[in-house]
Ligand binder design. Structure first.
Ligand code: SF4
Length: 381
């Protein structure tokens, strides 16, 4: 019998699992706290569980951490982990400390099938979905490592953004228990406002998320019209802007925040003209069908080989932002973080060769490692 990875379960799932072992459901709460609040993976150390249960767990279950291929720390405090998830795939997780919060950017898939033009991960294609355990293990590792380094602090990570590699809403079955574990008071106890799912616009799944587990929502918009968005974010051909914004409006009915964050990657000569800024204003402020409460986050593009794209000059980004602000739209320009360790948005592409060698050296294997890019995290305020 294959041992079950307990990081795959939210609390309800762990309760059902414990019942299957002939235990009372409330034992699952104790076990869940040991796993997620205390970061303990050794069943023998779970001192308030009956010895018989500890023995059964040791036979039937495991707590599977991710294999750390590398860890890099930036001078600005950003930490980037590269996790080897087997089969020649590696994913990244990025910790971004700031004065008033500490954010972890988590990956949901090895690769991505959406294929956004400006994204290194999209260029590399899709490999596989991460399991719930692999999604949660990124937080589990970061939180407990950082707590230990801080001398046993109560909690380090205040915000999580599902904004790393992959389209989280195309891995919904694994995502949902992971979100529930992050929100659970017996788990990580994150507030719904501080847990953000970022999507390229998978409309039916935005509706599912609204019904199942409403958290903060960020949407990768990147263009003011369908013609351009079809090119930059190909999923737009299936779910065009009108449908996407309609689903965002439905989402706001139950969302923990009263606005949607639109992400907009600034691409030189592609989507960054003042006319396009005005078209964005018309889209979200003036057109009755698409008017919506929203904020904009303008993201500098980090070029990668083969993209054929360039980042907008700083002055154009600021002028673009000014048009949005003059229309009353709250607009932030994302700071780049972790530049010295290539942890900013899309920077991974330039690092592929180096990291491939790191993973090979650490794993002792000579398999081609597929490195995936995370998108730098900035939680909307
Ligand atoms: S931006 Fe997000 S959805 Fe688009 S290809 Fe990259 S990882 Fe996938």
């Amino acid at each position: 019998m294959t041992a079950r990875n307990l990081l795959d379960f939210d609390l309800a799932g762990l309760g059902a699992y414990c019942e299957g072992l002939g235990e009372k459901r409330f034992r699952a709460t104790q076990l869940f706290q040991w796993l997620h609040q205390r970061g303990v993976s050794d069943f023998a150390a779970m001192s308030d569980l009956a010895k018989s249960l500890r023995a059964r767990l040791a036979e039937a279950a495991v707590v599977t951490p991710l294999h750390v291929a590398s860890e890099q720390a930036s001078a600005d405090g950003t930490i980037k982990w590269l996790f080897d998830v087997g089969g020649g795939n590696a994913v990244e997780t990025v910790f971004i400390p700031e004065d008033d919060r500490a954010t972890l950017c988590i990956s949901s898939q090895a690769g991505c099938a959406v294929g956004c033009r400006f994204c290194a991960t999209g260029h590399q294609g899709f490999s596989r979905n991460l399991t719930t355990g692999e999604i949660v293990a990124q937080l589990w590792h970061a939180e407990h490592q950082l707590r230990a380094r801080a001398g046993g602090a109560e909690r380090v990570i205040s915000n999580v953004v599902m904004m790393g590699m992959g389209e989280p809403l195309q891995n919904y079955a694994a995502l949902l228990p992971a979100l529930r574990t992050m929100l659970d008071d017996h788990g990580y106890g994150l507030s719904r406002r501080r847990l953000t799912v970022s999507t390229s616009g998978v409309v039916p799944m935005i509706d599912r998320l609204r019904d199942d587990c409403p958290v903060a929502l960020a949407v990768s918009l990147h263009a003011p019209d369908d013609a351009l968005r079809d090119e930059l974010v190909p999923i737009n051909r299936k779910y065009p802007i009108n449908e996407l914004i309609a689903s965002c409006r439905r989402y706001l009915e139950t969302a923990p925040r009263d606005f949607i964050t639109f992400e907009y990657c600034m691409l030189d000569g592609v989507n960054d003209s003042l006319a396009q800024a005005r078209a964005l204003v018309a889209l979200v402020c003036e057109a009755p069908a698409t008017r919506i409460a929203c904020k904009f986050n303008l993201i500098p593009f980090n070029p990668f080989p083969g993209s054929g794209l360039h980042g907008s000059p700083r002055e154009r980004v600021l002028a673009f932002a000014e048009v949005l602000r003059e229309a009353g739209l709250v607009t932030t320009v994302r700071k780049t973080r972790g530049d010295d360790i290539a942890a900013a948005c899309g920077q991974l592409a330039g690092e592929v060769q180096d990291r491939t060698r790191v993973v090979e050296r650490l794993s002792g294997r000579r398999v081609p490692i597929r490195i995936q890019s995370s998108v730098a995290a900035e939680v909307p305020r």
